[in-house]
Design a protein around this ligand. Structure first.
Ligand SMILES: [Zn+2]
Ligand SMILES: [Zn+2]
Length: 178
């Protein structure tokens, strides 16, 4: 996965893994590869455990009450990931890594999600990370839309909420306008 200047792929992968946590190492490996990540070493149970902690930390950033709290939590995640950026062409095409080479996948994902989320929020807007607005859905979305007004995890949830609002309106007693 090449971390583009807006971090879209990384923050989207973080949301997907948080919404449906990997079952085991094989599942994690498959889903990372599908997202375009080049795996440098075999994925182990240790990576799955490490990812669980990474996602718990990341979800706190999603649920932060305001921009300052969100930035503070993300800065904490970035500080742990600290490594100077370096150029690499390991997967064909030069791009930046914000981590040391040869790290296990769990560590790679920590750096990728921290930096990718920071690029996404700084580049597109601090509010562009949240949970679906229709209960009981709590799925996380990273808003990479043009308008930046996403409120639902999916079109399905948006439609569901529209139907619900329509029904609520229809159930109200009719009032004659004066
Ligand atoms: Zn790379
Ligand atoms: Zn939803």
């Amino acid at each position: 996965m090449h971390l583009n200047p807006y971090g879209a792929a990384a923050v989207t992968l973080a949301a997907a893994l948080a919404n449906r946590r990997p079952r085991d190492a094989a599942d994690l490996a498959r889903r990372c590869q599908e997202a375009g990540l080049v795996l440098e070493s075999p994925v182990t149970d240790h990576d799955v455990v490490r990812l669980r902690h990474v996602l718990d930390t990341w979800e706190a950033i999603v649920d932060a009450g305001d921009d300052t709290a969100r930035a503070g939590l993300l800065n904490g995640m970035l500080a742990v990931a600290a490594a100077y950026p370096r150029l690499t062409d390991h997967a064909g095409g030069w791009h930046l890594h914000y981590r040391d080479p040869g790290r296990p996948l769990g560590e790679v994902l920590h750096s990728l999600f921290a930096v990718g989320t920071a690029l996404h929020l700084a580049g597109r807007g601090m509010h562009r990370l949240g949970r679906c607005a229709v209960g009981p859905c709590t799925l996380i979305f990273a808003d990479v839309s043009r308008t930046g007004r996403q409120r639902y995890c999916s079109t399905r949830c948006a439609n569901r909420d529209a139907v619900r609002r329509h029904r609520a309106l229809a159930a109200q007693p009719h009032r004659r306008s004066a």
